[in-house]
Design a protein around this ligand. Sequence first.
Ligand SMILES: Nc1ncnc2c1ncn2[C@@H]1O[C@H](COP(=O)(O)OP(=O)(O)OP(=O)(O)O)[C@@H](O)[C@H]1O
Ligand SMILES: [Mg+2]
Length: 287
Amino acid sequence: MVDQAEDLKKIMEKDNYSFPAEKKTRIIAISSGKGGVGKTNISINLGIAFAKAGKKVVVMDADLGLANVNVCLGIIPKYNLYQLIKKQKRMKDIIIDTDYGIQIVAGASGFSKIANLSDEERVGFIKELSALSYADIIIVDTGAGVSKNVISFVMASDEAIIITTPEPTAITDAYGIIKIIATEINNPNLELKLIVNRVNSIYEGRKIAERVINIAGQFLNVKVENLGIIYEDHIVSQGVIRQIPFMSLDENSKASGCIKHIVSRLEGIEYKEGSGIKQFLMRLMGF
Ligand SMILES: Nc1ncnc2c1ncn2[C@@H]1O[C@H](COP(=O)(O)OP(=O)(O)OP(=O)(O)O)[C@@H](O)[C@H]1O
Ligand SMILES: [Mg+2]
């Protein structure tokens, strides 16, 4: 890691690159153990709720295997992270404005892991990411599971929100990813948070959250904060089918209410020193 970091540093020096001036860009990774638990919908709709609160938001689809943020928004991107990584396009060429107050960076469907990039590609990618330092919040939809790619995005973030549903397999896998994050990630600033999606009652959600949080505390000695629940609500699948985020379809739906609740909880959490885009980029590089 150290050698690689040294090599990357040299490449950056050669290119006269310096990290962007520190700005309080908040980087939130959305992850899960099991797939299909609601990450993409939560990333987009949290982004919209933050944008409604006046924040400049970029939702980045870092799921390089099965990118679908753009699909949920009914957008066919001209370019995506693939062209960025291959140095065919710059960030300004691939970032997309939407009708929902957020910008998106489309993922590179079918592309292999960021961890497999060459040093040059990796530096290039990270340099381009710093073009997003104007944003207040970058929400990274990481995709499911424990690939190196997911882990490196989570590692580089300030906050990781783990999504689970009440299904026992999702709960077990949520615990699994928390365990991997706890054992593999060396970022003392990283805060772990939990959302229980698709619940039928607050009681059900609270019980599941308590179970995950207690086990993580007891067996892994990691603190996981309960961010709350999102109700099972047909507006979510309606939104997916119509390719319109549910916050826009019905801002007063049960699911939208939950999203607003979670955003106000996230807004109440104070920004901490030592986080932000510079640290994100440096950690992504392995410094
Ligand atoms: N709160 C909810 N109420 C009802 N249905 C939901 C809810 N959340 C998610 N869903 C359903 O689950 C599906 C999967 O959601 P989504 O694509 O956001 O999951 P994901 O975790 O991003 O999946 P992947 O791991 O494949 O990227 C949605 O299309 C929707 O039908
Ligand atoms: Mg997804």
